[in-house]
Design a protein around this ligand. Structure first.
Ligand SMILES: N[C@@H](CCC[C@H](N)C(=O)O)C(=O)O
Length: 289
């Protein structure tokens, strides 16, 4: 039986929100790959809204990358879920559960959505890394010639999902992230692969960021990567704890709050709706009202 879905985006991060409430099955990996194979529904993540599993939460959210793999966290996708549920229910604040833990999301009066992405983790085994590093603010990893690496010494962190932030001094746009991204995502240092970002700090409260997403590739925006960049920037004293992160798709506001939680604020946009089969990925588009 088909389920309703919405084609949405969070700052150009392509998101499918699938309504799996009232069902016990899941969106299959095969369905994800098939949905992504059609140009109109090419996506970065599917956010599957399920019935709550834990009392006190509104919904359980499962996140599926375009290669069919599962992700623990997705900041832009969570904003799309908040917007879809706000439009449906007229309420503005939600408590979600994901495999990474409990998250809060709220749509503000200005239409922007803030998601509390939880607390970052820095221990090598929490990210996880394949080998022990006492200090994950700068780990030994480089790409390019040994004596003149193109990218090196990233800061690594978990925002529920694994992130490596490579710092560059200038022209973040000049790096061939499409070439280095897949190599770094699958580097043996990352046993669960990793999201790979290049960051240029232009002021203590400004970062320009490009991301190669684990399981999805080059994206217009990655919310958890923006959170990881600010957290990694603050703990390496490159940035303040609050910064605007400019991605190819636009700006996100990130604050690493005194309570250690990371708040991510930005837009979400509904594009169109349809019905899909979560087993096969076959879908049809709803008639415009
Ligand atoms: N687009 C996301 C991140 C999605 C998950 C990621 N690809 C992973 O596998 O960890 C975001 O906005 O955070």
């Amino acid at each position: 039986m088909n389920v309703p879905f919405a084609k949405m985006n969070g700052l150009g991060n392509q998101i499918i929100v699938a309504d799996m409430r009232g069902r016990t099955d899941r969106v299959s990996a095969e369905a994800a790959v098939n949905i992504n194979a059609r140009a109109e529904t090419r996506f970065d993540q599917i956010m599957a809204i399920h019935d709550p599993r834990t009392p006190g939460t509104n919904n359980y959210i499962e996140i599926i990358n375009s290669d069919g793999s599962r992700a623990e966290a997705c900041g832009n996708g969570m904003r799309c879920v908040v917007q879809a549920l706000t439009a449906e229910q007229g309420r503005h604040r939600f408590i979600f559960e994901t495999v990474a833990g409990i998250l809060f999301g709220e749509e503000g009066e200005d239409g922007l959505i803030t998601v509390d992405m939880g607390t970052p983790k820095f221990a090598w085994y929490e990210i996880p890394l394949a080998e022990e590093f006492a200090d994950t603010r700068q780990v030994e990893l480089q790409i390019g010639p040994i004596d003149a690496p193109v990218l090196h010494s990233p800061s690594v962190a978990s925002m529920g999902n694994p992130h490596a932030t490579f710092w560059v001094k200038d022209d973040v746009w000049s790096f061939a992230l499409d070439r280095f991204g897949p190599l770094l995502e699958n580097h043996p240092l990352f046993p669960e692969r990793a999201n790979i970002s290049i960051a240029q700090v232009t002021a203590p409260d400004r970062i320009i960021l490009r991301t190669w997403e684990r399981g999805a590739g080059l994206t217009e925006a990655c919310g958890t990567a923006a959170c990881a960049a600010v957290v990694n920037g603050a703990r390496t004293r490159r940035t303040a704890r609050k910064a605007t992160v400019t991605l190819p798709g636009g700006d996100l506001a990130v604050e690493w709050q005194p309570d250690d939680h990371v708040a991510l604020t930005g837009p979400a946009e509904w594009e169109w709706g349809g019905q899909l089969d979560p087993a096969t990925g076959a879908w049809t588009r709803d008639e415009a009202a």
